[in-house]
Write a protein that binds this ligand. Sequence first.
Ligand SMILES: [Zn+2]
Length: 204
Amino acid sequence: MKPQYHAEITIQALQDIFSKDALKEIIHANSGQDALQYQINHPHFHFDESAFKEGFAYVDEQRGLTLAALRHAEPGRARAAFGRAIHALQDFYAHSNYVSLWQLGNPQAGSQEIDPQVEDLLASDQLISGKLYYPLEIFSFIPLTEPLVLRLLPCDSHALMNKDYPGRPGFEFAYWAAVKRTRQFYVALADELDEPSKVIFTNH
Ligand SMILES: [Zn+2]
């Protein structure tokens, strides 16, 4: 996802739960995952290269760090880890073919109806995500060279598979799947928190 959509998705999913300032910290950590040094050799941050096992392990690790930080009453650290975790979860829908597989089984459904956690799909051997073909991939980010590069890159490339912005097929579905998954991730995490921890985490 492009940074502005990570921010929009996060706001859409969590704005009634976190204070404005707390949400800002989460979005800041979320966007930080797209820093240039994390675009290369960090497929687990973005669920690229079919790094599903590594991606979900990373989400779990950040979830653990969120809980640990809250046990030490460090909400800033908790929000940073939480922001990193939801970045990956949001990218999962933009970079994998989860949305396409879901649409095959639900051809009439609208984007807001998507279920982001169909277990059969998450476990499917047909589930893949885009490969990064460097250095060609870089030119797909430049508007002038994008059309040429899209013709040269294979169908399993990140450039052809991504649903990172509204011009891409399936973007709306990836967007709503990410909103729902972000909310579910918070709800499951909040289940493990006592009231005082929830209050310092959400600042609400
Ligand atoms: Zn990303």
